[in-house]
Design a protein around this ligand. Structure first.
Ligand code: AHR
Length: 509
């Protein structure tokens, strides 16, 4: 009888609810790696200098060995798990020995990719690894393959990771660091098909094997080597790499993808139409198709999922803010970006079997940044708040969910309006992250939790009056998470009311 009643309830929910989610709380098996919530810091524009680093002689902005204290404080709340550095395109021009030793002796170079500006190398390996230690984040060093050599990389690894006596560990000690840092994550080049050397996949696969062969012997820790991967739907790149690189030489393949309307006319970050909003979110959702496409290829060569898909660059890319250097990629960040981040992170969570790391581009003052700085001031962007709200998913077990959603239509096109992912943490708490993509209409969503009795629900919401809204230095807290009270629990079913373009994270126990 009880079963019949339950069956009837389920049937009526499916029949009458337009937006309906079923979460199986007892069927989780895959862990959402916290590294999915990783970040990326390139020597580009004001990300490192003016962003993370103000120099160790700066008396105006409070810092620890040159690294801004306010930035560390803000990023600690995100629990940044991993930070990729020094690029990007910059990585394949970077010779690490330029950035070690006495600062006044370090050579000044030209940042050829990003505006031809002077790079004085005052932020190098020691400073980056100090930053990671201050953050409590794992470093991910992207090595120079395009214009570097296997020896240069092997020596960098020995410098960072070798404990015994060797030329590079001795040099590290001479430069003030006794113990190795034990850097696990190493990128073998960046965008090898483009700024990393314009290589064919066949050629890069050979180059990769050559570099990867000489990496391991110089390290006390087992390295996680990440090959420069495809962009978007370049499935041939993945196919060739998986076919040609033996599984004992590779731990991860990168994937880069930016949501950009038109590379020649990207549009403003803040002043956009509904059509542009729709297009960007539709483009962001595309990453699910790409992840599935690359995973399918990887499954054929690596059915045990040993090799990770590492989305080491993602985010929205718009025109730079008026009056700023076009090569610095400085853009504002609105509720559109919060929606973009929310749906993308839900996709990563839901594909955590293969996606083991991702790095939002980029942390400060560049592209879809989580923090913007203006001299001594900082602001937290809507994307920051999404990252902070979603950190409950770090290392939690993904719960399978089925989403039946109505559509958000624009012109002749439509996309699903509700995005969701759910996980159970080590204390048994369930977190459900929801996004209402529709920029015009609020949505009623019924969420049925199966396999666990639920007795309470609480939550937080990020939304605003207009989808173009953003935080400014004059009004830094315009957008920030608020307590969410529009989720009502009855018979293990949550009835949730989501406002337009909102991101909500629920906690149920
Ligand atoms: O993130 C900005 C640039 O975008 C990176 O340097 C490069 O890898 C990509 O093309």
């Amino acid at each position: 009888m009880k079963k019949l009643v339950l069956l009837f309830i389920t049937f009526s929910l499916i029949t009458f609810a337009q937006n309906k989610i079923v979460i199986n709380a007892d069927l989780g098996k895959d862990t959402i790696s916290r590294n999915i919530y990783g970040h990326f810091a390139e020597h580009l524009g004001r990300c490192i200098y003016d962003g993370f680093y103000v120099g160790d002689t700066n008396k105006v902005i409070p810092n620890t060995r040159g690294i801004r204290n306010d930035i560390i404080q803000a990023l600690k709340k995100l629990k940044v798990p991993v930070l990729r550095w020094p690029g990007g395109c910059f990585a394949d021009t970077y010779h690490w020995k330029d950035g070690i030793g006495e600062k006044s002796q370090r050579p000044t170079i030209v940042n050829a990719w990003w505006g031809g500006v002077t790079e004085n190398n005052s932020f190098g390996t020691h400073e980056f690894l100090d930053l990671c230690e201050q953050l409590g984040a794992e470093p991910f060093i992207s090595a120079n393959v395009g214009s570097g050599t296997p020896q240069e990389l092997a020596e960098w690894i020995q410098y960072c990771n070798f404990d015994g006596i060797s030329p590079m560990s001795n040099l590290r000690k001479k430069n003030g660091r006794e113990k190795p840092w034990n850097v696990k994550y190493w990128g073998v080049g960046n965008e090898a098909w483009g700024c990393g050397g314009h290589m064919s996949p066949e050629y890069y696969a050979d180059v990769y094997k050559r570099f990867a062969t000489y990496m391991q012997g110089n390290s006390n820790v087992k390295l996680f080597r990440i090959a420069s991967g495809p962009y978007g739907d370049n499935y041939n790149w993945t196919e060739v790499l998986m076919k040609n690189i033996p599984l004992n030489l590779i731990e991860g393949i990168g994937l880069h993808y930016y949501s950009v309307i038109d590379w020649n006319n990207k549009g403003s970050a803040t002043n956009f139409t509904e059509e542009q909003y729709f297009k960007i979110i539709k483009l962001a959702l595309k990453i699910e198709e790409y992840i599935e496409g690359h995973s399918k290829i990887m499954d054929r060569y690596d059915p045990n999922k040993k090799v990770a898909l590492v989305v080491d660059e993602w985010g929205g890319w718009y025109d730079v803010e008026p009056g700023t250097n076009p090569a610095f990629l400085f853009q504002q960040n609105t509720m559109r970006d919060a929606v973009l981040a929310g749906v993308t992170l839900n996709i990563f969570n839901n594909h955590c079997q293969r996606v083991k790391m991702a790095n939002l581009a980029q942390t400060i003052n560049v592209l879809q940044a989580v923090i913007l700085t203006d001299k001594e001031k900082i602001i937290l962007t809507p994307t920051y708040h999404v990252m902070e709200m979603y950190n409950v998913h770090h290392d939690a077990v993904l719960l399978p969910s089925t989403v039946i959603s109505d559509s958000y239509k624009y012109g002749n096109e439509e996309i699903k309006s509700i995005s969701c992912s759910a996980s159970k943490d080590k204390d048994g708490k369930i977190h459900i992250s929801l996004v209402n993509i529709d920029s015009n209409k609020g949505k009623d969503v019924q969420i049925e939790i199966r396999g666990q009795k639920i007795s309470s629900v609480s939550g937080r919401i990020l939304t605003s009056q207009k989808v173009q809204d953003h935080n400014t230095f004059e009004n830094p807290d315009k957008i920030k998470p608020k307590v969410f009270t529009n989720a009502k629990l009855s018979n293990n079913v949550l009835n949730v009311q989501l406002p337009p373009f909102s991101v909500v994270v629920l906690e149920v126990k």
